[in-house]
Write a protein that binds this ligand. Structure first.
Ligand SMILES: NC(=O)c1ccc[n+]([C@@H]2O[C@H](COP(=O)([O-])OP(=O)(O)OC[C@H]3O[C@@H](n4cnc5c(N)ncnc54)[C@H](O)[C@@H]3O)[C@@H](O)[C@H]2O)c1
Length: 271
């Protein structure tokens, strides 16, 4: 794939939030887009909103057969696969370790890792033969929680840190044929939801009061981005023309959390 025009992209969790913004962005770039999404109603909305232009597969990223079916359907419809975006995720709603009952912790860990970590690895495996053929690439959605504490509880933070290892290991293993990179967004108001095992499956991040103000307060750039604001780096990484030498990279799109520092006595004054 050179630019995004005429490229074929498969996005997991494309029915909402960042995934849905990626669907819209890659369509605008001229790509053909397929989505693997677990929610029937979001899948239906994608089909309706894009007049069937998007190939929508209903399934669960934590099940290998669903990933394989998504790749198969993508290739049957569009003839190839250039970029696989492992984006679907769930959240622990910042639940601290001390607030888990032992059994609940056991279940919550398995439930969250099955989607956030295993889902991406299974999807990468299912997409691999097609990506080798197309000399394509994989992009993982990470998070500020892949680098810093406090962007989730221990389970979410561990899952996103784990993906850093997945990006590096796969970039190492799959070179020279397939590039593997990540994007690590900061916060955004989405439907990011919780876990069956902790009774938070129906909660969503968008329900957190004052989230946008909190984001503006903690980011050096003082921003509260919307999902569309995070899409540019995915388009860049998907493009062999623009990102040909890039593999094993993770682009931090978190408003500067890594340079927040301890005390900022200058605070941008005089700029
Ligand atoms: N919202 C944030 O603040 C934020 C910040 C950093 C990173 N992220 C990451 O962005 C990614 C997208 O999350 P979002 O915020 O857009 O949330 P979202 O809930 O709006 O979108 C996620 C989509 O994934 C789908 N999904 C969930 N589990 C699935 C499964 N097992 N199989 C298939 N589809 C499944 C959901 O139905 C939903 O449509 C996640 O990896 C998340 O960790 C989000």
């Amino acid at each position: 794939m050179n630019g995004s025009k005429d490229a074929v992209v498969l996005i997991t969790g494309g029915g909402s939030g960042l995934g849905r913004a990626l669907v819209e962005r890659f369509l605008r770039e001229g790509a053909s887009v397929a989505v693997l999404e677990s929610s029937e109603s979001r899948a239906e909305a994608l089909r309706a909103d894009f007049s069937q232009a998007v190939e929508v597969i209903v399934g669960d990223v934590s099940v290998y057969a669903d990933n394989a079916r998504a790749v198969e359907r993508t290739v049957a419809r569009f003839g190839r696969l250039d970029t696989f975006i492992a984006n679907a995720g769930i959240f622990d709603f910042f639940q601290p370790l001390a607030q888990y009952e032992g059994e609940r912790l056991d279940e919550a860990f398995d439930e969250l890792f099955a989607v956030n970590v295993k889902g991406g690895v299974l999807g990468a495996r299912a997409a691999l033969p097609e990506l080798v053929k197309s000399r394509g690439s994989i992009i993982f959605t990470l998070s500020n929680a892949a680098f810093y504490p406090g962007g989730g509880g221990p389970i979410y933070t561990a899952s996103k840190h784990a993906l850093v290892g997945v990006v590096k290991q796969l970039a190492h293993e799959l070179a020279p044929k397939v590039r593997v990179n990540g994007v690590a967004p900061g916060g955004m108001k989405t439907n990011l939801s919780g876990l069956q095992s902790t009774g938070t499956a129906a909660q969503s991040l968008a329900g957190i009061e004052g989230l946008d103000q909190m984001l503006r307060d903690i980011t050096p750039l003082q921003i509260a981005p919307v999902p569309a604001d995070y899409c540019g780096p995915y388009v860049l990484l998907a493009s062999a023309a623009d990102a040909g030498p890039i593999t094993g990279a993770i682009i931090h799109t978190d408003g500067g959390l890594g340079v927040r520092g301890i005390v900022n006595i200058r605070g941008g004054e005089g700029l």
